[in-house]
Design a protein around this ligand. Structure first.
Ligand SMILES: NC(=O)c1ccc[n+]([C@@H]2O[C@H](COP(=O)([O-])OP(=O)(O)OC[C@H]3O[C@@H](n4cnc5c(N)ncnc54)[C@H](OP(=O)(O)O)[C@@H]3O)[C@@H](O)[C@H]2O)c1
Length: 220
């Protein structure tokens, strides 16, 4: 499958590694340009591209940049993607450590992914946001393995969500349907499921236990 990855850091780099190893055709971009991605390209066989070209022809695009950098992405960054493209958002809001105060989240009460999709102008599927980057490399397991981890996946577009869940299954993880993007506060930072290394039952329970109150440490 043709996959575009926007952001080549902890998460984008490791998704590039695993997805190329599975045989996917991966284009990857960062903010500084493809000439800074030659080592990752040599290691993985991914194609380094300018960010404007990352989505071209892609059936799945992963947006994995720090939340505060989402508004810096070029307008029309998803233009040229395949019809029905699924856009994965891995983002988290860290107002005190990294992102500063974002009014749409704090004052309007948007979920982090709803805020992101408004900037992108395209629906997103929230996935990997609570997954340690290293676990993408270290924790894949075959289907049915007793210690296979499950990841929560939220999104309003059922077809896109199904496509993302199938991709994650191929990466070696189960998934749990975490509802739509308005429900995705259940998997934001500091919720019980965030960083949880458990299977389907544990993830399902943790999602149910989440509180909609944004914790003080995650307010700007
Ligand atoms: N680290 C984790 O374990 C983890 C786990 C789950 C979710 N997350 C979330 O996933 C997101 C990414 O995290 P990360 O740790 O992978 O970040 P990171 O290591 O800081 O990497 C960020 C990447 O985004 C690129 N970028 C920034 N602005 C850009 C722009 N305007 N256009 C194109 N590329 C741009 C950076 O490129 P340059 O270096 O060229 O600027 C860099 O490749 C964050 O929201 C984070 O909270 C992280």
């Amino acid at each position: 499958m043709k996959i575009g990855i926007i952001g080549a850091g902890n998460i984008g780099g490791n998704l590039t590694r695993r997805l190329t190893a599975l045989g996917h055709d991966v284009s990857v971009a960062n903010s500084r340009g493809p000439h800074t991605l030659t080592a990752l390209a040599e290691e993985t066989g991914a194609t380094p591209v300018p960010v404007e070209e990352a989505a071209r022809g892609a059936e799945i695009v992963v947006v994995t940049v720090p939340l505060k950098r989402v508004p810096d992405l070029p307008s029309g960054v998803l233009d040229g993607a395949a019809d029905g493209v699924a856009v994965i958002d891995t983002g988290n809001y860290y107002p005190q450590q990294r992102d500063g105060r974002i009014a749409g989240i704090e004052d309007e009460g948007l979920t982090e992914s709803r805020w992101t999709e408004r900037h992108l102008g395209h629906p997103v599927v929230k996935a990997f946001n609570g997954t340690y980057a290293q676990d993408i490399l270290d924790r894949p397991r075959p289907a049915g393995a007793p210690d296979r981890m499950a990841l929560p996946v939220a999104g309003d577009d059922e077809a896109a969500k199904a496509k993302v869940r199938a991709l994650i299954d191929g990466l070696g993880f189960d998934t749990v349907d975490a509802g739509g993007i308005d429900d995705s506060w259940r998997q934001q930072p500091d919720t019980p499921v965030y960083g949880l290394r458990e299977g389907v039952d544990g993830v399902t329970q943790a999602l149910a236990q989440a509180s909609p109150e944004r914790p003080a440490a995650f307010r700007g």
